[in-house]
Ligand binder design. Sequence first.
Ligand code: NAP
Length: 680
Amino acid sequence: MTPGASAYPHLLRPLDLGHLTLRNRVVMGSMHTKLEDRARDIDKLAAYLGARAEGGVGLMVTGGYAPSWRGWLLPFGSSMVRAAQARRHRTVTDAVHEHDGAILLQLLHAGRYAYHPFAQGASREKSPITPFRPSALSTREVGRTVDDFARSARLAQRAGYDGVEIMGSEGYLVNQMLTARTNDRTDEWGGSAAARMRFPLEIVRRTRELVGDDFVVQYRMSLLDLVPDGQSWAETVDLAHGLVEAGVTLLNTGIGWHESRIPTIVTSVPRAAFTWVTARLRQEVDVPVIASNRINRPEVAEEILAAGEADLVSMARPLLADADWVRKTEQGREAEIIPCIACNQACLDHTFDNKRATCILNPRSAHETELVLSPTRSARRVAVVGAGPAGLACAVELAGRGHTVELFEAAERVGGQFRLAAQIPGKEEFRQAIAYYEHMLGVRGVRVHLGMRVVASDLEGFDEVVVATGVAPRVPDIEGIDHPSVLTYPEAIREPDRAGRRVAVIGAGGIGFDVSRALLHEPDETVDEWRERWGVADPWEERAGLGDKEHPPVPREVHLVQRKTSRHGTGLGKTSGWVHRTELRDAGVGFVGGAEYVRIDDDGLHLTLPVEGGDKGERRPYVLAVDTVVLCAGQESVTDLVEPLAALGVPVHVVGGADVAAELDAKRAIAQATELAARL
Ligand code: NAP
């Protein structure tokens, strides 16, 4: 037995489903990459999923496919409604089966979450997160929709899928039919919990009838709706019993509707934060249940299974991050797993922006056929200067291709801006990213020089030099900027104790939000502390798991100041910005907008602010009486090496923040560095 296998006996144990044996307990959860939407991307989708099958995943679930055009998530989005589509999907199922994987097609009817004017819902109520008011399905249309699900499942079977997953959670149509919140029907599909439940039960029953016994019918249940008037626990359990009777093979877990105001997967949600509720469901049913949400490491997955909380674990983003997650686990190479830091920046934020999903730490993900890092045929000596995200990614990938790489870093440790991020409460996962790169530098044989600030002449003799020297914090031109009360953001993050009790943060970008959080909260929150802060109750105590929030006491008064008059944090990630805003609001942060900075002195930060209801341009003076002012006013590129190197005739490549600081952005930095590594 390999070292990894012995460390993860529960995770790597096969599961016999009767007609199909899964090779381990790892489920790749459904995640829309956008490769699902266009017929011409099918080969890319097959390459993406095939790579995960080759990497050893036990059971995979595709992104969502609508069972009818009215159920599309987006106009002309993915669907499984025609025989021609099923034939095309053979490419996908063959790619997975070639590597002994198993794959389910997810059937998702968007209901009122559809982003098109033909949306249909349980009733006419518009969702708070989409612009389109749905029409209410007529009684006949509900019956037809049940048939649509079953027919799509049959097509999936013809396409070679091992089964389907019926998407019954996250607030999509099936979930909408289940709750009084969204189902006010007076026909046989509404009016009581039992009537509302008929929809998913009929879908499963009809599907099972059409596909026979030797086909997986997995159902993704909403265990915690986390919205007012969501399901009670008794209803959830009744539904589970009904689903088992109707013929489901496996029950997967869904947590929270998309419109819920409680985060369920962002990085500040502690790992495995919801397995307690899956464990409770497992006691109720005799089919295997799958735990999900914020499970990213083999040891976390093993612990869940060893504790008997679930039979399988679902991971979507972690398997997007690393196709070889399972293989590395089996071989005892867990430290080589490209970690999912749950940042959402390149995956879900892309999906919600209608762009192809990938991974911040692995830009090859979902681009397997386009960004290829093949062994080099002309190995060169490459110097990489700067060990932030861009420099680390570049060094690791260049060395992986067979180049001889030396990495120079002025600080005593690698990580750059990631090391700052890792110190922010709720961003602890960034530690994993640094640990991964540190480990890979060793695995790939990169020679690392720490505490060394190089000058151009040190780099003579290298065939190529990559300048990844990053950024320096911008110091705005404000009178009194040298006042002892002023800290830069790296100073405030590294030594929060230097900040007094009353703080003004200048600049409300991602870093201003992060710094505010660091001044108010403690890192490494436990699941219980997190649940209290967000009011996540036991669903058997409170309907839908909605309890009261308990805000922990905060040590400081923080004012987050910006010149813009728009809402604070509009530039933050789509899927995470609202979480940051809520956290700061809950911690009592004052949001000050429309400011013009006048000066900083012993009295604090002097501003002028627009006069509410006053004439255009009319302003009033205002003093924020604070002990500390923290500068989070963006960054400037550090490029001092570029010209001297060019003068020496050394081929220079500039990547990351050193190239563009305006949008200092790890996603762009790592993608740019990886693309360079693929080219050199
Ligand atoms: P940023 O987003 O550019 O924000 C800096 C803010 O400082 C600006 O919004 C601007 O706001 C203000 N500012 C700029 N120049 C100024 C000046 N001369 N004087 C006073 N104020 C000035 O930069 P950041 O906060 O450093 O974040 C950089 C990047 O890091 C982000 O774009 C993001 O990619 C990444 N990041 C994201 C997150 C996250 O999403 N949670 C967290 C950390 C970092 P006003 O003009 O309105 O005053």
